[in-house]
Ligand binder design. Sequence first.
Ligand code: RIB
Ligand code: CA
Length: 303
Amino acid sequence: MPNQLKVIIDTDPGVDDAIAILMALAWPGVEVLGLTTVGGNVPLARTTRNALALLEYAGRTDIPVASGSARPISSSFGYAYAVHGVSGLTRRLPRPKTTPVDTNAVDFLAARLRGLPGQITLIALGPLTNLAWLTLHHPGVLEQTAHLVVMGGAVNTPGNVTPYAEFNFYSDPEAAAMVLSSGVPVTLVDLAVCRRVGIDRQGAEGLATRTRLGRLAAQLLANWFRRDPQRQQFEFYDPLALAVALEPSLASTYQAAIRVEVTDPDRRGESLVTGLGGPVEVAQQVDKQRFFDLMERTLGFVV
Ligand code: RIB
Ligand code: CA
């Protein structure tokens, strides 16, 4: 559709991925061209099933899902069952009737980016394995993105898997290193800025919403807290990355060169600033109220 912001979301749903996807589907003026899935929070078969199920729930089976990498560039995914549950979602959705397209995620991304050069915003919400393979199998194609936004990294802040590493970068540090050193401009939405936007148990349980998509998002959130009485705060990692991609003025940024640690076993996945002025645009401050206003506008949330 003309004048719509065209996006592809690479994702490992996952509760916060699911909320981000629901926001994108409800975002005025945005055309979701497809979802590409990757293992990460849960195995690939599950992230793909969850992506299909979310689109069916939303009545958007017109949007293709392309299944991608079941394992990282090296070793294997550690999965985050303790955070997202075995299924990856905190509300059961019917088994999807639809299936992924025959094309794998990497070739799907290559075809779409070649077909619409400089017109697609690519939003990566999981391990960067699919994007890394894209740079290897289809050199020069990642450069065709209009805007590449990545949720990942822990820049000058503790990690959420180890004291140094954030989950997406820890899950596939080689892929993160390849993408961030590719020279392709990346907007990085890391843990430091994501920790500024969260919701507590009371807020989640008191969430009201006016929309069907918002109802699912609210249920995912409320159930996430119900799964563990010790849980205090849900951080909107992927929803913030999506919001920054669709409304860049939401966050202030600075340019940096980022190195991802791949050799030191204790610090694998660590994201280090090696210099300022590099190709990575690091989100720094976020307008928290505007973010929640955007959640209200898309999901009908009344926080
Ligand atoms: O560290 C947070 C990231 O890891 C989010 O994308 C979450 O979904 C998990 O994939
Ligand atoms: Ca994710």
